[in-house]
Design a protein around this ligand. Structure first.
Ligand SMILES: Cc1cc2nc3c(=O)[nH]c(=O)nc-3n(C[C@H](O)[C@H](O)[C@H](O)COP(=O)(O)O)c2cc1C
Length: 478
């Protein structure tokens, strides 16, 4: 059945007329994510030329496009029309729009080529429900319906489309929807549901009241935010630029290499003799094999000297590196692009010669800057970590890693947050190994309270937010 969708090229498709019978149709310049496609079409008939022009302008239904070819070229050119239409659709170049009373209701915008894309017919008495992965947001003054399950978006061009989506949070038949939203005819409603179903925004409700999404064992373990984050920070599924794009180059000043000192109440930390350590340290294999998470401590707390050595060996600035786009540093742990966006806050519960409180670590000078003494925030942050260990022991020292988000987002697009989490892993593993080599008790913590942290240190949540935790203490196991 010919569907009354209006077909048109998506905005990023360009059409170059080399001559009246030679047309080049190509997708946008590859951005490291979506490949570029180019069709060099020769011996273009006058009818086909009109079709290509129409697709590049307001578009037309398949029936109207075939009439253009029939009128100008006759029946013999029709197979060519259908060949090219299918080719454009397969290459993700064509949008499908539903027009309601002269205005667009919804448009399917493909992002990636989809081989054999087809619309699924809608049964009038079948119940459908919105996918739990579908979400809508504002992009360039449009309401967009998207889903991490699919490489296409639906542009909701007016309130009627948005109203249908809202109703579909409950299972509905096409007929029921038409009674609730009488502004859309049954034929258009069927078409709209077909658009949603074939773009995986909609699920069929089966006889047992369940959807495929609910019974698919590979999908059930994905929470909405995890799947969305996964798809948006990896290449594929979306068309956003990905990687080093420097999108803020002329817009935002580059965040500095390091924070200015947060207080004048400074503790100079002990610096170990690395040359001596290189000769006397445990072997690398011993450290790797001995590493484990230890959550209980000796009665005597960790010392200021041990804390100094630990921070020096795992997190100090070793040197500054000058890249063409600014200063970067080198530290004992690896970090995406050498941006070193992680700030290290040290929450002391018990440590010989350092009073309990919150401190910020200066990696350049290898100092602790005291921010506050023991207060209710210190208690709450320590307690949070204590609960995360299954109440093993109150941590002697809690490190909170906070990311200066814009330091990494200034360089990287689409992947900035994921790089931060990977950097957390690198720092945690380095801390594990250094602690093992020093016979200390280390343990990573899976989740902390970013709101509590921001209040405790007076940080703007969006400028600098906590992203990782690690606890340390004296080791009972030696
Ligand atoms: C990212 C990450 C998060 C963790 N979160 C916690 C946690 O919240 N509480 C805890 O007691 N242990 C935590 N651990 C420690 C793991 O439980 C531990 O590494 C794992 O059981 C393996 O044991 P091992 O480290 O002794 O080899 C975490 C470890 C990692 C790497």
């Amino acid at each position: 059945m010919t569907q009354p969708f209006v077909l048109h090229f998506k905005p990023s498709i360009s059409r170059i007329e080399e001559s009246t019978d030679h047309v080049i149709v190509q997708s946008h310049i590859a951005n490291g994510n979506v490949p570029q496609y180019k069709l060099d079409i020769k011996q273009v008939s006058p009818g086909l030329l009109t079709v290509f022009r129409t697709l590049g302008n307001d578009g037309a239904t398949e029936k109207d496009l075939s009439n253009l070819v029939l009128d100008a070229d006759g029946f013999s050119e029709l197979p060519k029309l259908y060949y090219y239409l299918q080719k454009f659709i397969d290459l993700g170049m064509i949008c499908h729009t539903i027009v309601c009373e002269g205005y667009p209701l919804a448009t399917r915008l493909p992002i990636y080529p989809t081989q054999k894309f087809q619309f699924t017919d809608i049964k009038i008495d079948q119940k459908y429900v919105l996918s739990r992965f579908a979400y809508s947001y504002k992009e360039q003054e449009q309401l967009v319906l998207s889903s991490p399950l699919v490489s296409a978006q639906i542009i909701l061009a007016n309130w009627k489309g948005a109203a249908v989506i809202a109703e579909l949070t409950q299972p509905q038949t096409c007929q029921e929807l038409c009674t609730r939203i009488p502004d859309i005819s049954q034929q258009l409603m069927q078409l709209f549901l077909s658009l949603l179903l074939s773009t995986k925004m909609l699920c069929e409700v089966k006889m047992d009241g369940k959807t495929e999404e609910e019974t698919n064992k590979n999908l059930v373990s994905w929470e909405f935010h995890d799947l969305l984050f996964h798809c948006r920070h990896r290449k594929g599924k979306h068309s956003y630029p990905t990687g080093k794009t420097f999108r803020f180059l002329d817009k935002l000043e580059q965040p500095p290499l390091a924070k200015t000192k947060m207080s004048n109440d400074i503790i100079e930390l002990y610096r170990p003799d690395l040359k001596k350590l290189k000769d006397e340290d445990y072997s690398f294999t011993w450290v790797l094999e001995a590493r484990q998470s230890i959550r209980s401590y000796k009665d005597e707390p960790i010392t200021d000297r041990q804390l100094g050595e630990f921070l020096y060996r795992s997190a100090r600035n070793k040197r500054i590196i000058y890249k063409d786009y600014g200063e970067c540093t080198h530290r004992p742990y690896a970090n995406g692009g050498g941006r070193y966006e992680l700030e290290l806050y040290t929450i002391i519960n018990t440590c010989n010669n350092i009073t309990s409180g919150i401190y910020h670590y200066c990696p350049q000078e290898h100092q602790l800057c005291r921010l506050s003494g023991r207060n209710s925030y210190v208690e709450a942050l320590l307690e949070d970590a204590y609960f995360a260990t299954g109440k093993a022991s109150m941590p002697q020292v809690l490190f909170i890693y906070a990311a200066r988000f814009s330091r990494i987002a200034w360089v990287y697009e689409s992947i900035a947050y994921s790089l931060i989490l990977k950097d957390v892993g690198c720092l945690q593993q380095t801390m594990y190994l250094v602690a093992t080599a020093m016979n200390l008790a280390p343990c990573a913590i899976g989740c902390g309270n970013s709101d509590l942290f921001a209040t405790a240190v007076g940080a703007d949540y969006y400028e600098e937010t906590s992203v990782g935790e690690f606890i340390l203490g004296s080791n009972t196991e030696i």
